[in-house]
Each structure stands twice: as structure tokens, then as C-alpha cells.
Design a protein around this ligand. Structure first.
Ligand code: MTE
Ligand code: MO
Length: 218
């Protein structure tokens, strides 16, 4: 038989993503030297920081919506999210208010595996994250795709507590922690950068702790 089986749009998209995705993911990870970024001090507790409103979202009402420039936009409920590959990551937290916390054990879905599911289009280069209660934060797609990036549902073997963003939060450990949206509900894939909540209010558009990118004019 010389007849080619018809390729579905999704198959073609997956092939293209496989080509493009390998250039995107895994390039950014924490440095081996200077583990503590400049101007930071270590804490052993885990402070709670947010704008004060901590939404109560049960697993049964929780959803994660993926929108914007992707081949496969999805809305995942709790069960669908847990059918995705589950990963573990070990990473440090660096908050712009100068505390850092080493060796946090996370479980959840790696941002890499989420990208493999939704397949951003080739021209997408930024993401906007939106939480329940409206908090937003923006970051480059390449940083979202870092090998340490995880959509975390557990910390130190326990379900993520409500005050730390449970049932699910983002963790992008190589950027200041304001980029790691708690109670994450929506990820939008964008062409071009847009400012999220703190980025509109004076924080840096990226927030690299090793370059002390705290404020927008730094
Ligand atoms: N939804 C939401 N996510 C958020 C915030 C927030 O106010 N709302 N604050 C950010 C900031 S500035 C920090 S330092 C971390 C704090 O996370 P923690 O309370 O688990 O330490 O959450 C980030 N994610
Ligand atoms: Mo922060």
C-alpha cells in the first residue's frame, strides 16, 4: 500500500511541537554556584505572602483553563489533571522581600508535560497566569518551560495547604516567588509580554534573583 493514512491536525501539530519544544525546554535551571542570590537571607520556616484573600477551592470545583496561542486548548478538572504524568522536583524559594528557603520537595505536573499536552504555537513567547481571586503574573515562555517548573499539588509529601496556594500553585524556582502564582486557575499563552499585578505595580517584568531584578527600573 502506498496510500498515506490521513494525518490529523493534532498529529501534525505534535510533530511540529516535538521539533520546536526541544529547543524551548530545559535550558534554564538553578545555578550550581551562588546558591543564595545577592541580598537574600535564609529562613527555615515557610512564610505566607499574598494580597490577603485566600480563596477556598475544593478539588471537585477546581479547574485549570489553558487559553491563547496553543494547538490544544484544554480545561482540566482535578481528575484529568491527575491523569497527566506526575513529577517530583526539589528546589529553592527566593522571595523578593529577601527571604529564601532551600530544598522544597514538590509534586505535581511539570510545566514541560503541560506544554507537551497543549503545544504552544511557534510565535508564542510569553505566558500570563491568573489565579482564583484575580492575581496575575507574567513570564517568558522559556522561563515557564524551565526544567524545575511545576504545577504543584503537594509539598513535602502533603497536599498543598490553602495558605500556600492549594489545591494547586505554580512553582518557577529560578525567578522571584511572585511569579509562582498560588491558586492558579488559568494560563494564557501570548505573543508579546503584558504586565501582571506586581509587574504593573513596580516589580521587574522578569525577576531573576541572581541579577537582583526586584523593581522595574533595576
Ligand atoms: N494568587 C496569588 N499568588 C501569589 C501571590 C498572591 O498574592 N496571590 N503572591 C506571590 C508572592 S509575592 C509570593 S512571595 C509567593 C508566596 O507564596 P507562599 O505564601 O506560599 O510563601 O506567592 C506568590 N503568588
Ligand atoms: Mo514575594
Amino acid at each position: 500500500m502506498t496510500d498515506e493514512s490521513p494525518e490529523t491536525k493534532l498529529t501534525l501539530s505534535k510533530r511540529r511541537w516535538a521539533e520546536q519544544g526541544k529547543f524551548l525546554t530545559g535550558k534554564i535551571s538553578r545555578p550550581d554556584t551562588n546558591r543564595l542570590p545577592p541580598g537574600q537571607h535564609l529562613v527555615t520556616n515557610w512564610p505566607v505572602l499574598d494580597l490577603g484573600q485566600q480563596p477556598l477551592i475544593t478539588a471537585s470545583e477546581w479547574t485549570l483553563q489553558i487559553v491563547g496561542g496553543v494547538e490544544n486548548p484544554v480545561k482540566l478538572d482535578w481528575d484529568a489533571f491527575h491523569r497527566l504524568p506526575q513529577s517530583r522536583k526539589l528546589s529553592d524559594i527566593h522571595c523578593v522581600t529577601t527571604w529564601s528557603r532551600y530544598d522544597n520537595r514538590w509534586q505535581g505536573v511539570s510545566t514541560h508535560d503541560l506544554l507537551d499536552l497543549v503545544m504552544p504555537r511557534p510565535d508564542v513567547n510569553f505566558v500570563m497566569l491568573t489565579s482564583y481571586v484575580g492575581y496575575t503574573t507574567n513570564l517568558p515562555l522559556a522561563d515557564f518551560a524551565s526544567e524545575d517548573g511545576i504545577l504543584a499539588t503537594a509539598w513535602e509529601g502533603q497536599p498543598l495547604t490553602r495558605d500556600h496556594g492549594g489545591p494547586m500553585r505554580l512553582v518557577i524556582p529560578h525567578l522571584y516567588f511572585w511569579n509562582s502564582a498560588k491558586w492558579l486557575r488559568r494560563i494564557e499563552f501570548l505573543i508579546g509580554d503584558q504586565a501582571g499585578f506586581w509587574e504593573k505595580n513596580g516589580y521587574h517584568m522578569l525577576g531573576d534573583p541572581w541579577r537582583e531584578q526586584r523593581y522595574s527600573n533595576d
